[in-house]
Ligand binder design. Structure first.
Ligand code: NIG
Ligand code: FE
Length: 426
């Protein structure tokens, strides 16, 4: 056989299974790990998977020695607020004083301060800022991600954010799935007129549909933000317009977001820290993926994490994401989230790998394209500088990625120590 690229001498090749839907409950415990493996790539797609010994007999334009390291599919980050202006480091002191997240928002800070900064930023500046964060995500092994609007709360800025996401897809070979989160907070001028605001957001959504600027619609259903009834009406209308559904659900208070997401057939319900027993039961009986964001719980300094064990044990599909944003989770590092999932959510290593690959892809409607390495699939993968697949959640807070590939092309590589070059230095 002849390949464009042949990757051989892989210590462990991680092969999450795609069954047509996200893996649920017990299925999440299964993870195929092939030792001494190799695979071939032609035209950007996986053309063959086998043993490293077999690979010795095959030809390729480029042969890449994985040096006995771990190779996995590119990671998928299914919940990020990638596009925003400014930053909120001044809120750290408020957090230390114990001011709650929703209180900062109620005082006009939090999301609302990022809304101001995003309104004032030029499109090109937002592209550059988002690129900086996106590249850092990629350097940590992510090759598909989701990104939301939601720092505009009005037509022009929401469309500007979605245009930034569109431009990122043109600029980079990775996929950025786009979500409209117009109802992310109540603009001060609409206090008491939330329904009017939601109607306006639905008009914007109509325009987004025409311009094909988003695949999903999302809403922040929370005390002091949008009620469960308002969320139901908004999501129902978004569904009628043909959008996939997501919901910031039961993050702080158990308002019934998990129940709503499952009953509407949402692609995902996200956060779920306070999800009720009934909500978890309904999730496990639906195809809605529970997207858990332990980085946010950590960053908000909460003791209670989402009940991942109960969700998986009852048969739900769980995915993990960074929730990268300037207020409640300021990290691009999905590997750190994998460590939190092990330590705080008590997920097994196998469940964690499935949660950041195949299930994360399903949560953003990309199960057929991303999150697994099968013959015929796009060759998006990561070479990890670790001795085995259990090592990543264990050794936390650092970057273990060595090389990142999309469609068989290397898009990022860690520079080995001592090989730095200062271009233009005299
Ligand atoms: O998912 N919870 C609501 N929205 C974001 C936070 C956005 C922000 O604080 O800027 C989240 O945590
Ligand atoms: Fe979020």
């Amino acid at each position: 056989m002849n390949f464009d690229l042949l990757v051989y001498n892989i210590g462990q090749l991680i092969l999450p299974r795609f069954t047509g839907n996200a893996l649920k409950g017990e299925e999440m415990k299964q993870l195929a790990v092939r030792e001494s493996a190799a695979f071939g790539v032609n035209d950007g797609k996986v053309a063959w998977i086998g043993s490293s010994t077999e690979a010795e007999g095959y030809n390729a334009k480029l042969k890449l020695d994985a040096e006995g390291k771990v190779v996995s599919p590119g990671l998928v980050d299914p919940h990020t607020h990638l596009v925003f202006g400014g930053s909120r480091e001044h809120e750290l002191a408020l957090k230390q004083e114990g001011v709650p997240y929703l209180e900062i928002l109620a005082r006009g800070g939090g999301i609302l301060s990022t809304v101001e900064a995003t309104k004032n930023a030029a499109l090109q500046d937002l592209v550059e800022k988002a690129s900086f964060h996106l590249e850092r995500m990629v350097s940590h092994g992510v090759t598909t991600m989701e990104a939301k609007s939601g720092y505009g709360l009005e037509r022009e800025t929401e469309l500007k954010q979605l245009s930034v996401i569109h431009k990122l897809n043109e600029k980079y070979p990775i996929s950025v799935v786009s979500t409209f989160l117009g109802p992310h907070a109540i603009p001060p001028a609409y206090k008491g007129k939330e329904n009017e605001f939601l109607l306006e957001m639905l008009d914007v959504l109509e325009e987004i549909k025409e311009k094909k600027l988003a695949d999903f619609a999302d809403i922040f259903c929370e005390t002091g933000v949008f009620t469960i009834d308002q969320s139901r009406v908004f999501l129902q209308k978004a569904k009628e317009k043909g959008f996939g559904l997501k919901i910031h659900a039961d993050e702080i208070d158990p308002l019934g977001g998990a129940e709503l997401a499952s009953s509407l057939g949402a692609a995902s319900a996200d956060h779920l820290v306070a999800a009720s027993d009934e909500g978890i039961r309904m999730l496990s009986e639906s195809d809605t993926v529970a997207v858990l964001l332990p980085g946010t719980t950590f960053y908000l300094g909460k003791d209670q994490y989402a009940r991942a064990r109960k969700m998986i044990d009852e048969g739900a599909a769980v995915a993990l994401a960074t929730d990268f944003n300037p207020g409640s989770c300021v990290t691009e590092n999905l590997q750190f989230i994998m460590s939190l999932a092990a330590l705080k959510l008590k997920m097994t290593t196998e469940e964690i790998w499935n949660a950041v690959t195949v299930n994360a892809a399903c949560a953003i409607g990309r199960g057929k394209e991303a999150g697994t390495l099968d013959v015929g699939r796009q060759a998006d993968f990561v070479i990890w500088d670790v001795p085995n697949y259990k090592y990543i959640p264990y050794h936390y807070g650092v970057n273990h990625a060595k090389r990142v590939f999309v469609s068989g092309e290397m898009i990022w590589e860690r520079i080995p120590f001592g090989e730095f070059q200062l271009s233009g230095a005299r």
